[in-house]
Design a protein around this ligand. Structure first.
Ligand SMILES: Nc1ncnc2c1ncn2[C@@H]1O[C@H](COP(=O)(O)OP(=O)(O)O)[C@@H](O)[C@H]1O
Ligand SMILES: [Mg+2]
Length: 482
């Protein structure tokens, strides 16, 4: 059974029961206030039965009254009375308690019981009485017969009986109730449908669309009730799902790009190795000098490939979180001093100066010594690679924060275009896209540095100015001194 039908049935039940209860309550209230049900009859009499007599009846009454005043004996004359009594008029002549004459439509015995008594003053001449089940409006005149017995004449007009009235009123009342009934149910149905069924069908529609893979719609529900909240939560779910699908697609895209980049970067050296080896095979390298040149090129290309594969391997292990880290407390200034000393001669031979601006006190950080070396090596190799100065120089500076230490590696090289700056930490990204082997590099150096620093729960970023130089910063968490 649908919710709609269930609601509809419950309204019908509720409205029906309320109407029955209302009727019972109304009856009980009248009963408790008045003590009996007769008063309902009284109320009915007062409000419905006070109908005046017709002119024909009035004139018949005047005729009878005239007779009663002038010649009461004539009132016992049936012929005379029949003359006055025309169709449908109720006439009664009473002598003492005996009904001398009554129109054929009236029941004499009932009249004896019901008609009002004699009243010499003739004050209450008009009223309503109930004879058996019927109400009658009457007009009365009391007088004395010549033998001093009490006489009364009545002209009666039948009002509709209470049962008849009820019968008359019932279809109207029933129709009205039915109308009310339908109206109330319609209204309730409209209200519930608007506040419950519509939002639910909205939700159903939304779920259907999601099932079919459509996430580009919005469930708009402004109501603040539970169903409104449900719809809003559902819409939030849709947004989350859409985002995750988008991320998924982006991952897929990245994976494809990665694969094509790897293929490209491996293909280039392999092609030239094949070229040189073929040259040797075909006897192009016909002098020892040429042979030496060809072989050393092949060797260099193979070494390039080797280091590229190493970098790729490391990057993928870091990416998959498969590379183990051994964190320890490192006295950073001492560590950097040793590192710079190691590099010094190598760089000196290339005509590059390196200096360390360390602090005058020991600084401890938590780090993996080997991985940290890898980060520094990647940064310094960039400084070396992208220099264009005669007097190239590199400086490493330490800044102490509350919880961390910032390491700054600065060069006075060519700098990075501002448009390229946000991407240099992306894998395979290289500011000049030519991928020539002159500057070498896979575009993985900074991506690897970023992975390692993130694993240290640190940050890495860069600032640069074209022609002036580049600074790369990274943070390391402070460690406990042992
Ligand atoms: N010190 C630097 N000076 C100028 N450009 C730099 C510097 N460091 C990085 N870059 C730019 O960022 C890119 C990405 O660096 P990296 O990830 O190390 O890749 P690769 O060195 O293999 O090209 C480089 O190609 C280069 O364009
Ligand atoms: Mg590099």
């Amino acid at each position: 059974m649908s919710i709609k039908t269930r609601f509809l049935l419950s309204y019908v039940g509720v409205v029906f029961i309320s109407i029955v209860l209302l009727l019972v309550a109304g009856f009980l209230i009248i009963f408790t206030i008045t003590g009996d049900t007769k008063s309902i009859e009284h109320f009915y009499k007062k409000s419905y039965v006070q109908k005046p007599l017709t002119t024909v009846e009035e004139s018949a009454f005047l005729d009878l009254k005239l007779l009663a005043k002038n010649n009461p004996a004539q009132l016992l004359n049936e012929e005379q009375l029949k003359k006055i009594n025309q169709k449908d008029i109720g006439i009664v002549v009473r002598k003492d308690t005996k009904i001398e004459y009554a129109s054929p439509s009236l029941d004499k015995q009932a009249l004896v019981k019901s008609l009002p008594g004699f009243e010499e003053t003739n004050i209450n001449t008009r009223d309503t009485i109930k004879i058996e089940d019927f109400f009658f409006t009457y007009v009365k005149f009391d007088f004395y017969f010549s033998d001093k017995s009490k006489g009364s004449i009545f002209v009666l007009r039948k009002a509709s009986s209470s049962a008849e009235l009820a019968r008359e009123l019932f279809p109207i009342l029933f129709g009205f109730l039915l109308f009310l009934f339908i109206m109330i149910i319609g209204l309730l149905n409209y209200l519930v449908s608007r506040s419950i069924i519509k939002p639910i069908s909205l939700l159903k529609e939304g779920a259907k669309r999601i099932k079919s893979g459509d996430l580009d719609f919005e469930i708009i529900d402004i109501s603040n009730d539970e169903i409104g909240q449900l719809n809003r939560t559902f819409d939030e779910m849709r947004i989350k799902l859409k985002e995750s699908v988008k991320i998924q697609l982006q991952y897929e895209e990245n994976r494809k790009e990665l694969l094509s980049n790897i293929s490209h970067d491996l293909k280039t050296p392999i092609t030239s190795i094949i070229g040189y080896v073929e040259g040797i095979k075909d006897g192009v390298a016909n002098t020892p000098q040429k042979m030496e040149k060809y072989l050393s090129t092949v060797y260099l290309k193979a070494k390039d490939m080797d280091s590229l594969i190493d970098e790729l391997f490391l990057f993928s292990k870091l990416d998959l979180k498969k590379e183990p880290f051994t964190f320890e407390t490192v006295e950073l200034d001492k560590y950097l001093r040793d590192y710079v000393e190691e590099l010094h001669i190598d760089l000196f031979q290339k005509g590059i100066q390196i200096e360390l601006c360390h602090m005058n006190k020991p600084v401890f950080v938590t780090a993996d010594r080997e991985k940290l070396k890898r980060v520094l090596a990647n940064l310094i190799s960039n400084c070396v690679k992208y220099t264009n100065e005669e007097k190239a120089s590199i400086s490493i500076t330490l800044h102490e924060g509350i919880y961390d230490v910032v390491v700054q590696v600065t060069d006075n090289g060519q700098g990075i275009e501002p448009s390229a700056l946000p991407f240099i930490f992306d894998r395979f990204y290289r500011a000049e896209q030519s991928r020539n082997s002159l500057t070498g590099g896979s575009g993985l150096g900074l991506a690897i540095a970023k992975q390692i620093i993130q694993e240290h729960r640190g940050d890495i970023w860069a600032t640069s100015e074209i022609g002036k130089g580049t600074s790369v910063f990274f943070t390391l968490m402070k460690g406990e001194e042992k």
